[in-house]
Design a protein. Sequence first.
Length: 119
Amino acid sequence: MGDSMVPTLAHGDRLVVRRTRRLRAGGIVVARHQEGGPRSAVEGSPASAWLVKRLVALPGDAVPQVVAPAVGAEVRQVPAGMAVLLGEHPDSVDSRRWGFVPLKDIEGVLVGRLGSTGR
C-alpha cells in the first residue's frame, strides 16, 4: 500500500477485509487496480494487483467536484454499476485520475487492522 491512505492507514498495516457486495459510502475498500495507476510493491513481493481507497460515492450519488475533471463536468450522478474511490492524501492516484471505478472491481471492505509489519 502506498501513501494514499496516510494517516488512516500506513505501509505495513495488515488489514482484515470482508468480501462483500454490500457497500456504503465512507468505508474503506479493497479493489482491483485500475489502468493508469502506479502499483506499489512491498519489499520482496511482486507489485500489488490491489488498491485500498475510501468509497465516497455509489450509483445515484452526486459526483464529487474533485472527480469532475476526470468524468466530465456535465456528469452529475454516479452511473449504475460504478463507484468513486479516493485516497486520503490529495496526491493520491484514484478517481481523480481514473474517473469511475466498476463496482465489480471492488472485492471487499476493511473491517479491521491486525497491526503492522513495521515496514
